[in-house]
Design a protein around this ligand. Structure first.
Ligand SMILES: C[S@@+](CC[C@H](N)C(=O)[O-])C[C@H]1O[C@@H](n2cnc3c(N)ncnc32)[C@H](O)[C@@H]1O
Length: 263
């Protein structure tokens, strides 16, 4: 199959780019055509993209010299998934996009919808799962559920690359044992979820998973980028280092439009 060039691949509309964060078109490109996120080609054999949004990473992977053999992206925002199905899959039929129809008050409202659903993936089928800026919007119980799903769908040698907002609960003595997340928005708890780092490490350990690489946030308290693998992969787990980045502000977006109405 011939590779699509970047200008053949459509760019998602501005209001969708705004929903996922970066609006700059360059953030959706891959001029070097190298594997994304500095990964080895071997990792990109079969890719599951949790919270694929409007296909930012899928689009970059489509531009790689060596594309994944299989890609499944899923997201709870129906409009963005439809956009990817209609605009990206025709350029690369091995890229499949699935609507994950769970209730989300801003992006996919519906009290009748389930709060969580299994990932659209077979057991131990994927060499790589990506979850960029997704666990940062996943409330504690749902984060635990989806981490369990990670342990189900990743191959023994598989890798999860995911970003997290993390805090240290030992500085918050009022928090109960079952309270392991901070929420910044009373009206929409999903808008930013900050998980306790100790809770994350223990939760992963209980699932036979652990952190093998950690990139601390560029601004203290912002997103960590973690590489997570199974015990079976044989790579030693690490303890998270301290967050000693410079202080700064990177504000959580407050969307101007009703996100669920963006088609
Ligand atoms: C900040 S955006 C990032 C999108 C994409 N990962 C990227 O880096 O461009 C977060 C995405 O996660 C999706 N999302 C959040 N929680 C989800 C869930 N429980 N299931 C599926 N998608 C989810 C949102 O709909 C949104 O598209």
């Amino acid at each position: 199959m011939t590779l699509s060039t970047s200008h053949e691949l459509p760019i998602p509309p501005f209001e969708m780019r705004e929903l996922v964060g970066p609006t700059d078109v360059a953030e959706f490109g891959n001029p070097t055509k190298k594997p994304i996120l500095g990964l080895d080609e071997a990792h990109l054999d079969s890719v599951l993209d949790f919270g694929c949004g409007c296909g930012r990473l899928a689009r970059q992977m489509m531009m790689q010299h060596a594309r994944p053999g299989r890609y499944v992206g899923f997201d709870l925002h129906r409009g963005m998934v439809r956009w990817c199905q209609e605009n990206l899959s025709p350029h690369a039929p091995e890229f499949v996009f699935v609507h994950h129809d769970v209730d989300n008050m801003s992006f996919n409202p519906g009290a009748e919808k389930p709060a969580i659903l299994p990932m659209p993936a077979e057991d131990r089928a994927f060499s790589l799962m990506i979850a960029m800026s997704v666990f940062t919007h996943t409330i504690e119980g749902h984060a635990e559920y989806y981490l369990k799903e990670v342990s189900r769908v990743l191959r023994d040698d598989g890798l999860l690359v995911a970003s997290f907002f993390l805090f240290d609960k030992q500085y918050f003595p009022m928090m109960q044992g079952f309270q392991n997340a901070l929420y910044i928005n009373l009206d929409d708890p999903w808008s930013a979820v900050i998980l306790d780092r100790g809770w994350l490490e223990l939760t992963l350990r209980a699932l036979g998973l652990g952190i093998v690489r950690a990139q601390a946030p560029g601004v203290r308290g912002h997103q960590w980028l973690l590489h997570i693998r199974s015990v079976a992969a044989g790579e030693p787990f690490i303890t998270l280092p301290e967050d000693e980045g410079p202080f700064g502000r990177i504000l959580a977006p407050i969307s101007r439009a009703d996100p669920s109405t963006i088609k």
